[in-house]
Design a protein around this ligand. Sequence first.
Ligand SMILES: [Zn+2]
Length: 251
Amino acid sequence: MSIWSVAGRLKNLRFTASAQQLKTLSAHRRGESDLTYRDGMWFLIATCEVPAPHVKDPAAFLGVDLGIVNLATTSDGTRHCGKALNAVRHRRRELRRRLQSKRTKSAKRLLKRRRRKEARFAANTNHVIAKQIVTEAERTGSGIALEDLQGIRDRVRLRKPQRVTLHSWSFHQLGSFIGYKAARAGVAVIHVDPAFTSQQCSSCGQVDRRNRLDQASFSCTSCGFAEHADVNAARNIAARGETGWAVSHAA
Ligand SMILES: [Zn+2]
């Protein structure tokens, strides 16, 4: 590549990327790229426009429930645990507590580096989860039903020690990763209203706050159906996705 610098044009500079990225770059790059400097490294950020394949008509829907203990739970019973991510967040908070009194430059720099590290770790976790969910939907010919995340801060009411672990941007990031990976695979995605998905019975449909025994357990007071609370919620999201898809496609 070549770049313009204050000293004129620098030609034939080398850059590197993964084999997959190089393939995408050579086929789909659009416009100019941005050069950025971060943590002692130079990054070239290029925009690629990849044409999306035709969205296949889904045979069923895989519902995805987002949470904090389990970052994502799908209606087929798969739980993606957030333990590792929550541990990284916890360590950074501890470090901040210790360093906050020292307002030195080096303390600030260290915290900034840790914040970036945490963000990279979260993004990587989200990429892995999104890929697994999209691969599973593709394999089973299903669409993906996601919660509409408008107002997630109001919906997720937590006790104070947990509140700090709630990063709504991380939920949005996971949702957007699933969105673009699904589009690339031709997998349908639908967003549904998440109201009462944790209190509703996915077997008989009854809504009751007492159905939710604790963080992890759901037991229906009407029909007796019992399931992990997040799996039950994901099943409700899947059902709403199916209904929503049928309505929008009948019209
Ligand atoms: Zn029930």
